[in-house]
Design a protein. Structure first.
Length: 182
């Protein structure tokens, strides 16, 4: 009795079906990974919001004075990550998983490539206009013009093209984390 082997045509059909399935599924997996990164980023901002709340409670209702962009700060204000560090479980909470880095020139003109987390201590920018203000002077949830006021947010559009919905995560004064909405 002779065993029947696969023909070349049958093998090519199977390989082409697998290639077709891979072509259809790989973009979906890439989008799913970015959605997971965006969700992890939002969870990080939520944790930072809790630590910010603890800082405010411990400092008698005063918001921290911190640099917006510590690497370029001429005043010498501390990094927000350093001020909130004692209230977070791990320093990685200040790192957005989608913060993949940027090219820039340092003070000596040398080209550099670092993530915002590496250069600023956080992937999230602190809205330093609130620094030193008492909490009870802040607009409760929405400002005078009827929009929520962000207190921390991604340094850049880590999660998609700038200007598109969902390209950045925000921590708002009221404690909500999400996209900026009018």
């Amino acid at each position: 009795m002779m065993k029947r082997a696969f023909t070349l045509i049958e093998l090519l059909v199977v390989v082409s079906i697998i290639a077709l399935l891979a072509t259809v599924l790989l973009p979906t997996l890439g989008r799913a990974k970015e959605i997971a990164r965006r969700t992890s980023c939002a969870a990080n901002l939520h944790g930072i919001g809790i630590s910010l709340r603890m800082y405010i409670d411990q400092s008698g209702g005063c918001l921290p004075i911190a640099a917006e962009l510590p690497s370029a700060s001429l005043i010498g204000d501390p990094r927000i990550a350093d001020l909130l560090a004692k209230n977070v479980t791990a320093p990685e909470v200040f790192r957005c998983p989608s913060d993949r880095g940027r090219s820039y020139f340092d003070a000596t003109g040398t080209p550099q490539f670092k993530t915002y987390y590496e250069s600023e201590g956080s992937s999230y920018e602190y809205n330093s206009i609130f620094g030193g203000l008492m909490e009870d002077t802040l607009p409760s949830r929405k400002g005078r013009i009827g929009i929520e006021i962000p207190i921390m947010y991604d340094y850049a559009a880590f999660h998609g093209p700038a200007g598109e919905t969902g390209s950045s995560n925000f921590l708002f004064v009221g404690g909500r984390v999400g996209e900026f909405q009018n």
